[in-house]
Design a protein around this ligand. Structure first.
Ligand code: PMP
Length: 401
């Protein structure tokens, strides 16, 4: 089989100097298969996308069915597209009453952009509070919410009046005042290495936002769609946001994002100016057909409950493993924090060599990502743990020698 590596490196824009450059020819369930026929147990789900596994029969069938009908017909919001209407109606049944109007987009960054605009328009304010070490996307607005100047400095000027609070530090909430349009939070902070918000912190943000008239935006782009043990992580906190952002696993493997709010708030985008937020491909019928089947399956079979089983196995099997300082996260969104970057890199590459795909985090170079598809079996989890432990043990002689 011809290698596509040279053309990949030559013609595809690169995001780093050392991409995985793994040539995947097929993916099934929790497995990726490369051009040499080697199978990898996927512990990262394409970074939080394949929560129901790769190419599930149900989702593929739904895509095929829609393929026989129509693809793109008109920009979002003009034609009545049944796949969109059906998906938004299903969302309405699984979300709190106040999250009843869905604006479909194509990605996580776009969901954040839409939510920011909606908050500004809805409040007439423009001050934004975000959390330090959060990641909300790479477009200019979403990038403005990134506290790390290493990532953002070259791209200034960014959105003005963005202030950073510290996750789980109550005093930071003083930043939220009557000039604040919105506060953006990931209930489980992703790229810092899966750090959950505390109950106390999220409740206090909710209270402070309501008191000051600021809009609370939850970014559940990574923590949503069953990953943490409930359909959305916020359900475990008993705190309802004013705007919910979804993407990644929402599309069942196809590109789809959404920001969801109350109809009274959402309707401000339709007037003064008319077409206040528009998108050509947002809510593509193929993506919505896949997302509907994916969500229906997740809800009917309570796939989100499998996250607890996955968490138990990884926490039990990896308890006491060498060089593990702590395991953070919730459900199937876990981070194995090691003592240094070299060890993390060794573990990730040793695991790859032994057929387990894992990765690190954007802002945390000592942690290993464990976020497998929810459909992974107990035996597959245990196998992954054995390989992780083998990698950790081996790292002792390889990098501490
Ligand atoms: N928010 C969170 C929490 C994310 O993890 C990501 C992607 N890693 C995004 C937003 C941006 O999503 P996208 O890459 O689809 O624009």
């Amino acid at each position: 089989m011809i290698s596509h590596r040279p053309a990949f490196l030559k013609y595809i824009a690169q995001t780093s100097s050392d991409p995985h450059a793994l040539e995947i020819v097929k993916a099934n369930g929790p497995y990726l298969i490369d051009r040499n026929g080697k199978r990898y147990l996927d512990l990262i789900s394409g970074i939080g996308v394949n929560n129901t596994g790769h190419r599930s029969k149900r989702v593929v069938q739904a895509i095929r069915k829609q393929l026989g009908k129509y693809l793109h017909t008109m920009v979002f919001g003009e034609h009545i597209q049944f796949p969109q209407v059906r998906l938004a109606s299903l969302l309405n049944t699984v979300l709190p009453d106040t999250l009843n109007s869905t604006y479909f987009v194509n990605s996580g960054s776009e969901a954040i952009e839409g939510a920011l605009k909606l908050a500004k328009r809805g409040t007439g304010r423009h001050k934004v509070v975000a959390m330090r070490h959060a990641y909300h996307g790479s477009t200019h607005g979403a990038l403005s919410l990134m506290s790390s100047s290493y990532f953002s400095d070259f791209y200034r000027p960014l959105l003005p009046e963005v202030y950073f609070a510290d996750l789980n530090v109550m005093q930071s909430l003083d930043l939220i005042d009557k000039q604040t349009a919105c506060v953006v939070v990931e209930p489980i902070q992703g790229e810092a290495g899966y750090i959950p918000s505390t109950m106390e912190f999220l409740s206090a943000i909710r209270e402070r936002c309501s008191e000051k008239g600021a809009i609370l935006i939850f970014d559940e782009i990574q923590s949503g769609m069953g990953r943490t043990g409930s359909l959305f992580a916020f359900e475990q906190y008993g705190v309802v946001p004013d705007i919910l952002c979804l993407a990644k696993a929402f599309g069942g493997g196809l590109p789809l994002g959404a920001f969801i709010a109350d109809r009274d708030l959402m309707q401000v985008l339709s007037h003064d100016p008319v077409l206040g937020h528009i998108t050509t491909f947002g809510g593509h019928p193929l993506s919505c057909a896949a997302a509907y089947e994916n969500l229906k399956w997740m809800v009917s079979d309570k796939l989100y409950e499998r996250a607890g089983m996955i968490e138990d196995i990884f926490r039990t099997e990896l308890a006491g493993a060498p060089f593990v300082e702590k395991i953070t996260g919730k459900g199937a969104m876990l981070a194995l924090h090691l003592d240094n970057k070299d060890r993390m890199q060794f573990v990730v590459s040793h695991c790859m060599g032994h057929g387990v795909m894992t990765d690190w985090f954007l802002y945390n170079e000592q942690a290993v990502r464990i976020a497998p598809p929810l459909t992974i079996s107990k035996e597959q989890c245990k196998k992954a743990c054995r390989i992780l432990i083998g990698a950790l043990e081996r790292s002792g002689s390889e990098i501490d020698a």
